[in-house]
Design a protein around this ligand. Sequence first.
Ligand code: ADP
Ligand code: MG
Length: 230
Amino acid sequence: ARRLADAFLTAHPDGGWLDPSGTAQLLESYGLPLTTSLWAQDEHAAVVAARSLRQVGHDGKVAMKAYWPEQVHKSAAGAVRTGLARESEVRSAYREFAERFGDRMAGVVVQPMAGPGLELLAGIVQDHVFGPLVVLGLGGTATDVLDDRSTRLAPLTEHDLTTMVTELRSAPMLLGRPGMPPVDLAAVRRALAALSRLATDLPQLAEADLNPLMAGPDGLVCVDARIRLE
Ligand code: ADP
Ligand code: MG
């Protein structure tokens, strides 16, 4: 992780966002569960990628996202297509992206569709006074509407791992109710603990944003992550 950060900051002295592959390398080296992301730079490669993911995608479907450096909100820009089931849908989604974004688009990321789940967010933010904070909250489209999150200074204690979940207003959605199974809380704790280790190990990490983590009864998988180094 340190080597990767040093190499990036040598090439980008003012800092910036890691590309998808650097982001995946860093998060995976800390055991954070990321979905498979295949990179494609033309329509044919996108179709080949989708084909190879069909067996793992929920209901045999894939998601496709247009990528360019420094992008912020992909779905607001129309750069996310989900639930693509047929080869023709993958082709027309790719053409639509290419038409809409033109040369700005560096390529597309193709992922298996994650199974249905509760969308959570988790991440790291730097506080200029206190140092790195770890965040957990409700993710996806609920992020801005409900702004339900809990924050702790890294390194997190066992007690933090528990209370970060229980103090959320949406805690009942994680802990389960009659008719609604709890999400995999052990997996949520592992992800928070991993972010805590990453934050304490890597002071150059200015911001990490995992949103959403799709949380189901048997696990957790992140389908969108960004990391900024400084
Ligand atoms: P952004 O946050 O930049 O708009 P995301 O990659 O988070 O883009 O995608 C937006 C939404 O699309 C997610 O919150 C999620 O609901 C859905 N989504 C994206 N990728 C997948 C995937 N691989 N499986 C299931 N749903 C996905
Ligand atoms: Mg997102």
